[in-house]
Design a binder for this molecule. Sequence first.
Ligand code: PEP
Ligand code: MG
Length: 362
Amino acid sequence: EPELTGDFATLMEWADAARRMKVRANAETPLDAKTARQFGAEGIGLCRTEHMFFDDTRIAAVREMILADDEAGRRAALAKIAPFQKADFVELFTIMEGLPVTIRLLDPPLHEFLPHTEEDVAAVAEATGLDAEKLMRRAKELHETNPMLGHRGCRLGVSYPEIYEMQVRAIIEAACDIAKSGKAAPVPEIMHPLVTKGEEMKYLRDLTDRTAKAVLEEQGVDLQYTVGTMVELPRAALRAGDLAANAAFFSFGTNDLTQTTFGISRDDAGKFLGAYIDKGIFDKDPFVSLDQEGVGDLIRIAAERGRAARPDVKLGICGEHGGDPASITFCESVGLDYVSCSPYRVPIARLAAAQAALANKG
Ligand code: PEP
Ligand code: MG
């Protein structure tokens, strides 16, 4: 069991007294959430729900849903997944005891969910009674040349709103169950991935509110929740004012923002970045330590335009940079409200946030 004790615990208390930014963790499993709390996380800044769909017992239903050729087929598959989703959130909310939990709706690069082999297709065919050849045809139709820029994130929610409706329903039902049991009411923050346009955000916010309100009415529970967005594409950063009209919070997804600002694939950068660093063109890996120039400019612009449109918009970061001390110093200078990083980096983030706050005071 990881735990902070002795002098280290004392040092962390001093750090906590000095820092301004909150420190949250990226977590979707109960183990990660518990670890995060033991290390002092003050909430979950990113629960990547697609990670909850890869489990062996679930992937067949997910493939069935993706490969269904109509809404009725998707809804039938989603009905199999919904109970798991709700149980996932009950577990997370229980562990987090009323601390904020940002749940990001499904953001798969679609190819990760598509069947990879004929056996995968056969498994779906067997589980569903659907025709294997038809499933294979549909998988080919859905295949993309460039999945990271393809049918990903909220684009999937716009094409197939029933997916996001299922997830919002699961989140709010889970929160209601906990509130009704008399425990600290959860504070769900429902986050949309890969948003680029104000109109897109409005569509997603309406979908979220409509679904959440229906559940709250059914359950007879009064519960606070918020709707927000990832800011992880240059257009989203530049048009942050449009997004803020329908987003109560922004979370900077600096993994994708770095990828799309440089036009460098986050999965392939390792093949050539070494040469750039050797030749002094890059002084560091921008996927590890935030590029405070270009990517940083976009973050500053987004913060400024978002706040101008909505002064109380809550700002955080949940890319890998959220656990990197130099990047955390940058986040303090922009006045972000929180950083979110992997559970084991929470102590470092608490120290770095304190150091940044003290340095800022001068
Ligand atoms: C990001 O893009 O920075 C992010 C946090 O989302 P993901 O890594 O899941 O794409
Ligand atoms: Mg991302």
